[in-house]
Design a protein around this ligand. Structure first.
Ligand code: OAD
Ligand code: ZN
Length: 252
C-alpha cells in the first residue's frame, strides 16, 4: 500500500470517528470485484450495448423480448456472484453502528446479501418484477430469471417488467424521499465506485456536502464527485473498504 493511501486512510478514519451520522452511497464499482460489469469505462456495459435500446420504457415497448433477454443474462450473471470484501466491510460498519444507511444505485442485491439492513435501492432491484398495467399493481420478488420471455402477469395477463429504473423514468418516490432524509441527517458520506454522472442519484453526496458534511470517496479513478471530496481513497473498493474498517477497529 502506498504511503499516501495509508495517510489518507488515517485521515478518513478520524473523520468517521468524529462524525455523528455516517451514510454510504454506492455504485457499480463496488460490485466490480464480485464480477458484475460496470456501466461506463473500459469493459463497461454501455460500451457494448446502447442504453436507449435496452434501458428505456420505449425500448421495452418496442421489443420486450430483447430487453428481457438482456435482463435474463444479467440475472444469471449476478446470481453466480457473491458479495466481496467491500460489501462486507460496509455491512460490518453498519452492524457496529457506524454506518446508518446505504443508498445504492445498484440493482444486484449484493449489499443485502453481505448483511446490510438499511439499504435504499434508488434504481430498483433486478430481483423484483412488476406488472406494466398500472391498474393491476402486481409485484413479486424472484430468485431466478423468468422461464418464459417476456413473462406475463399471473393476475391480469399484461407484460411483466423488471422493477428497475430506466432512463427517462422517475426514481421510486418513497425510496428517493427516504434517501434525501438520510442525506439531510448525514454529516459524512462514504461514496464508493460511482461515476457520479446519473442524476438525480448523484445529488445525494452533494446534498450532504451542501449542509456542511464531509465526503470520503473510494474509487479506482477520479469521478464527477472527486472535486467535492474531502478525502479521496484511490483503490479498489474490495481492498480499501476493509482497510478502512480495520482502522475503525473492526474485524473483516
Ligand atoms: P458507472 O459504471 O458509471 O461507474 C462505475 C464507477 O466505479 C467508475 O467511477 C469506476 O472508476 C469505479 N470502479 C470500477 N471498479 C472499481 C472498484 N473495483 N472499486 C472502486 N471503484 C471502481 O456506475 P454507476 O455510477 O453506478 O443506472 O452508474 C450509475 C447508473 O448509471 C447506474 O445505476 C445505471 C447506469 O446507467 C440505471 O440503469 C438507471
Ligand atoms: Zn397485472
Amino acid at each position: 500500500m502506498s504511503e499516501s493511501l495509508e495517510r489518507e486512510l488515517d485521515r478518513a478514519a478520524k473523520m468517521i470517528e468524529r462524525a455523528e451520522y455516517v451514510i454510504a452511497f454506492t455504485g457499480a464499482g463496488i460490485s466490480a470485484e464480485s464480477g458484475v460489469p460496470t456501466f461506463r469505462g473500459k469493459g463497461g456495459l454501455w460500451e457494448k450495448y446502447k442504453p436507449e435500446e435496452i434501458a428505456t420504457p420505449e425500448a421495452f415497448e418496442r421489443d420486450p423480448r430483447r430487453v428481457w433477454e438482456w435482463y435474463k443474462w444479467r440475472m444469471e450473471l449476478i446470481a453466480k456472484t457473491k458479495p466481496n470484501p467491500g460489501h462486507i466491510a460496509l455491512a460490518r460498519m453498519e452492524e457496529a453502528g457506524i454506518v446508518k444507511a446505504i443508498i445504492t444505485q445498484n440493482v444486484d442485491g449484493l449489499h443485502q446479501r453481505a448483511g446490510s439492513k438499511n439499504v435504499l435501492e434508488l434504481h430498483g432491484s433486478i430481483w423484483r418484477v412488476r406488472c406494466v398495467n398500472p391498474s393491476c399493481g402486481y409485484r413479486a420478488t424472484v430468485r431466478e430469471p423468468p422461464k418464459e420471455i417476456p413473462p406475463r402477469c399471473p393476475r391480469c395477463g399484461s407484460l411483466l417488467r423488471p422493477d428497475v429504473v430506466w432512463f427517462g423514468e422517475p426514481l421510486p418516490s418513497r425510496v428517493w424521499e427516504q434517501a434525501v432524509i438520510e442525506a439531510g441527517n448525514a454529516d459524512l458520506v462514504i461514496v464508493v465506485g460511482t461515476s457520479g454522472v446519473v442524476m438525480p442519484a448523484a445529488m445525494i453526496p452533494l446534498l450532504v456536502k451542501q449542509h456542511g458534511g464531509v465526503i470520503i470517496e473510494v474509487n479506482v479513478e477520479p469521478s464527477n464527485i472527486t472535486v467535492s471530496a474531502d478525502v479521496f481513497l484511490k483503490g479498489k473498493a474490495g481492498v480499501v473498504l476493509p482497510k478502512l474498517a480495520e482502522k475503525l477497529g473492526l474485524k473483516i
